[in-house]
Write a protein that binds this ligand. Structure first.
Ligand code: DHB
Length: 378
């Protein structure tokens, strides 16, 4: 089989790329290892930057997002037992939308007018233009590796990659609970026991996270222990955490990871295949969407006139934003988590940084403009 662009992976990166290419009249096919049900049910973060919402709206896939998504104009930082609001809209003119990543994926799949082949099993790159599936080889002008951190695209070019990496001495335990959110906004908390986050998915579903040790297992966290830890870490005046049945729970490792370059001949890496951010700030999907927007622009120029310029600049253009977001995610993570080996000096620096962020408009704006998503290319 022949096509224009062979897209590996039906996550947010691959699907948004499919929509962008289809809209530009460029033929493509998405190959996904897993089933449709599986990709639609993968619970991930749920914060969409202003620019991500705009792009999904332009693509015509945001009707449900605008109906069901929760627009948030501020977030709270809780430390030393006191919550402080960062007024995102006041500081930046923009807001974020809380809407689960798997809901975005469902919408992108439901409205795709390009082929998505699920359940492809183990795929193999034959070259930078051809992918081998169980049913035969799919050949294109280009391959887009949108297949995530554990995909097959990055290993294909591993030998020529520069890798930048950092691991953290903690992980997140995330739970989805059938109970109304206990506050209107997200609460990022640093307590003496470590980080906790109060988030939500809808007026009846709360999403919560706890910092745990990376080697801890779910069996060690029965529901009562989770609720007790959340109660302690989120406690502050005027707040009362409502408990409810836990629908889903999981542990996410935390790492920062970047490979460069993101282009190898006609293979382009995008999203988690090329970079991972720690979850604090929920940047993963938003960054993936930025990659494929840059890629689609480059491909459009190439198909329109043979102009290589956009594709030649792909890696550098993406990495510029990748490193800004890496810094932000690392900064939020360091500021809000308790490292097991943190000495008193580190703790005081952390507290001072938090006081500065909520007390200075300049510092609050730094957090806010990164949180809602920077425009331009700082
Ligand atoms: C959520 C996840 C995040 O990593 C974050 O920073 C904020 C919210 C969430 O899943 O709702």
């Amino acid at each position: 089989m022949r096509t224009g662009v062979v897209i590996i992976g039906a996550g947010p990166a691959g699907l948004v790329l499919g929509h962008l290419l289809h809209r530009a009249g460029i033929e493509c096919v998405v190959l996904e290892r897993h089933s449709r049900a599986r990709v639609e049910q993968r619970i991930r973060a749920g914060v969409l930057e202003h620019g991500t919402v705009e792009l999904l709206t332009e693509l015509g896939v945001a009707d449900r997002l605008h109906r069901e998504g929760l627009v948030h104009t501020g977030v709270e930082l809780l430390f030393d037992g006191v919550a402080h609001r960062i007024p995102l809209r006041e500081l930046t003119g923009r807001a974020i939308t809380v809407y689960g990543q798997h809901e975005v994926v469902k919408d992108l799949i439901a409205q795709a007018e390009f082929p998505i082949r699920f359940e492809q099993g183990a795929l193999r790159l034959r070259s930078d233009r051809a992918v081998e599936t169980a049913e035969g080889v799919v050949e294109g002008d280009f391959v887009a590796g949108c297949d995530g951190f554990h995909g097959v695209s990055r290993p294909f070019v591993e030998a020529s990659l520069r890798v930048y990496e950092r691991e953290y001495p903690f992980a997140w335990l995330g739970v989805l609970a059938a109970t109304p959110p206990s506050a209107e906004e997200l609460i990022y908390a640093l307590s003496d026991e470590g980080f906790a986050l109060h988030s939500m998915r809808s007026p009846t579903i709360t999403r919560l996270y706890l910092q745990v040790a990376p080697e801890e297992r779910l069996e060690e966290w029965p529901d009562e222990r989770i609720w007790a830890a959340l109660q302690r870490r989120l406690a502050h005046d005027g707040f009362s955490l409502t408990e409810g049945p836990i629908l889903e729970k999981g542990i996410t490792a935390m790492r920062s990871f970047v490979v460069a370059p993101m282009r190898h001949g006609r293979l382009f890496l995008a999203g988690d295949a090329a970079h991972i951010v720690p979850p604090t700030g929920a940047k993963g999907l938003n960054l993936a969407v930025h990659d494929v927007k840059v890629l689609a622009d480059g491909l459009r120029r190439w198909y329109a006139s043979g102009d290589e310029g956009g594709l030649a600049a792909y890696s550098d253009t993406c990495l510029r934003r990748v490193w800004r977001v890496q810094h932000f995610s690392w900064w939020m993570t360091s500021m809000l988590h308790l490292a097991p080996d943190a000495d008193p000096f580190t703790r005081e620096l952390q507290r001072s940084q938090l006081r500065y962020v909520v007390g200075s408009e300049a510092a609050a704006t730094t957090l806010a403009e990164n949180y809602v998503g920077l425009t331009g290319s700082p």
